[in-house]
Design a protein around this ligand. Structure first.
Ligand code: FES
Ligand code: FE2
Length: 340
């Protein structure tokens, strides 16, 4: 899907004075900072002999190829060819629209004219004075849709994350509500009177069972914005003193057909825990996401053995089936535009 903003990096990954490269949708992209602090994103492939520009060097707001020295400006136009007076106009590399929002670096992979900042997701909790988090990244050797499937069905918490995320069997038994929203779906799951995940007790003085909620938007091309939490069973109305309130932002960005970048953070309220809690939440999240990684990688290995083996559709697949239709619709309209 071309016409979408893709999370390509955490802002801190882009050096103050150097070159950063990452593959998105099978295209190598070079990102670097300009003197005014903004970012530029260029095709990381020199138009001369296709060497990566990221192997060259930054010269002011320009980049010089490290192979034979062609120099490109921040728009991707070649401005100097060593030993040649005139630079042919076709000597250029592609420039991608890019921007930073709440610490995520987004790159628009489609037609530049369609790069509308209004389409950026609201990942506010990654960079907000009331919320604290640590940025995370995981690399998957898996097609990104299998990971979307996983995130669209939290019934797996009961079996993949029984200890890390407190996945009681009641989570799989609860039926989530699913509604369509602009460019995605909203999923709400409530679970009552279950043991809390162990880390809840580090955030709040919780002793017994809790009522939990997990409410999230899952947006094209693969962005999850989650509001989750819990409060002790039978809390007095209005008493939030033992309520755990969390926000998470996650982004899946295809690197290639068979590999995926996974950016994530789990934020807690600044008045619910100190820096050690931020670290604890990060550690729990990383541990849980490695549990997903192990299961999804094993699943994909099995699928690769027999790609035609049918899957059995069940009620718990409702959200992921709906999201896959959104992906198919997006690809269909893209093909229609291309063939028009
Ligand atoms: S490959 Fe870049 S200058 Fe030759
Ligand atoms: Fe999971």
């Amino acid at each position: 899907m071309r016409n979408h903003w893709y999370v390509t990096a955490w802002e801190h990954e882009i050096p103050a004075d150097g070159l950063f490269s990452r593959i998105v949708l099978g295209e190598a992209i070079l990102i670097y900072r300009l003197a005014d602090g903004s970012l530029t994103a260029l095709e990381d492939r020199c138009c001369h002999r296709l060497a990566p520009l990221s192997k060259g060097r930054k010269e002011g707001d320009c980049v010089r190829c490290g192979y034979h020295g062609l120099k490109f400006d921040s728009e991707g136009k070649c401005v100097e060819i060593p030993g040649m007076g005139a630079v042919p106009s076709r000597a250029r590399v592609r420039r991608y629209p890019a921007c930073v929002k709440h610490k995520w670096v987004f790159v628009w992979m489609g037609e530049p004219d369609h790069a509308d900042p209004a389409l950026l997701p609201d990942n506010f909790a990654s960079d907000h004075p009331d919320w604290r988090n640590l940025p995370g990244y995981l690399h998957y050797d898996t097609n990104y849709l299998l990971i979307c499937d996983n995130l669209l069905d939290f019934s797996h918490l009961s079996y993949v994350h029984p200890t890390t995320l407190g996945g009681s069997p009641a989570i799989a038994q609860a039926k989530p509500s699913i509604e369509s929203i602009s460019r995605g779906i909203r999923i709400s799951r409530y679970v009552y009177d279950v043991p809390p995940p162990p880390f809840y007790r580090s955030l709040r003085p919780i002793t017994g069972n809790v009522d939990r909620w997990m409410i999230y938007d899952f947006l094209l091309p693969g962005i999850l914005l989650l509001h989750s939490g819990g409060r002790p069973v039978n809390s007095a109305p209005g008493d939030e003193s033992c309520t755990v309130d969390l926000r998470a932002c996650q982004a899946l960005t295809p690197e290639t057909e068979s590999s995926t970048h996974y950016f994530f953070q789990q934020a807690h309220r600044i008045d619910q825990g100190d820096a050690s809690i931020t670290q604890l939440l990060y550690d729990v999240t990383v541990a849980a996401f490695h549990e997903d990684l192990a299961m999804i990688s094993a699943q994909e290995n099995n699928i690769a053995l027999n790609p035609d083996a049918p899957m059995l559709g069940l009620h718990m697949d409702a959200a992921l089936a709906r999201f896959r239709r959104l992906v198919a619709d997006s690809l269909k309209s893209q093909r229609e535009v291309l063939s028009a």
